[in-house]
Design a binder for this molecule. Structure first.
Ligand code: ADP
Ligand code: MG
Length: 237
């Protein structure tokens, strides 16, 4: 392991427990937003996105109830395999690739510092691009992931702690998802709609923002546990 991670001793540790908490929080937030994601996908797709993701993350939780991954990379790879096998459509292979690439990027590290976190997020995004060939502005999940990666990289370059890096990524992903509303889709099912996709949020960008927020929330909870409860104030919505 490199010795030069974030030096803030009181920060959260992005270890296996964090990765597991991230996956469990993702499952919870996907379940909570299942209908909302179905409705987004019904407007510009086939209405299965919430169903698909809920099935996949429910299966991930079932696996976590049986086995405890020892590292973040192992947790990501388990998530990848499960999503690839349980989630159909476009999103299963795309999210599966994202988690697989993230798992490969972090190797068997026991915990991620901010630069490793950025490497993982970048690898995840690059995996989605390699698989789906979407550019920015084509109304896909990339429009959440790329701003998230850029914001995370900027925070890490400013020597911010991993929890801050993840919060910035989640903020940027949410803004990116909202910014898909006026776009015409160029990839996926929504691309068949042409201008009729305008005014609707991309479901995959919306779910990506939820999942990245879950990562940030897991880090904040871990920070609270370490530092004695510095929970971030809600920012509305
Ligand atoms: P399907 O479109 O097969 O029904 P889902 O509904 O589960 O699959 O997922 C749809 C989402 O997948 C879209 O909202 C979009 O974010 C994402 N998506 C589709 N195609 C691509 C692609 N080529 N690149 C990146 N993301 C894509
Ligand atoms: Mg769909």
């Amino acid at each position: 392991m490199t010795g030069s991670g974030n030096g803030n001793g009181s920060g959260p540790v992005l270890d296996a427990a964090w990765a597991i908490d991230w996956l469990r929080r993702s499952a919870a937030v996907v379940a909570e937003n299942r209908v909302a994601l179905i409705e987004l996908d019904r407007a510009i797709g086939d209405g299965d996105h919430g169903e698909n993701l809920d099935r996949g993350f429910t299966a991930i939780v079932a696996k976590l109830d049986q086995e405890t991954p020892a590292t973040p990379g192992a947790a990501f790879k388990m998530a990848a395999m499960t999503l690839k096998s349980k989630v159909g459509g476009a999103a299963g292979p795309l999210y599966g690739t994202a988690f697989l690439r993230a798992g490969t990027a972090v190797g068997d590290a026991a915990a991620l510092d901010a630069p490793m976190l950025v490497a993982a997020l970048t690898a995840a995004r690059d995996g989605v691009v390699a698989r789906g060939k979407a550019a920015s502005g084509e109304k896909t999940m990339i429009d959440a992931w790329t701003p998230a990666v850029d914001a995370a990289a900027a925070e890490a370059a400013a020597d911010s702690a991993p929890a801050v890096v993840l919060a910035a990524a989640a903020d940027a992903a949410e803004a990116g998802a909202i910014a898909t509303d006026p776009l015409i889709a160029r990839k996926g099912r929504a691309s068949y709609l042409g201008e009729r996709a305008i005014g609707h949020r991309d479901p995959g960008a919306a779910s990506s923002a939820l999942i990245l927020r879950a990562a940030a929330d897991a880090a904040a909870a871990s920070a609270g546990a370490v530092a004695g409860g510095a929970a971030p104030a809600g920012t509305g919505s």
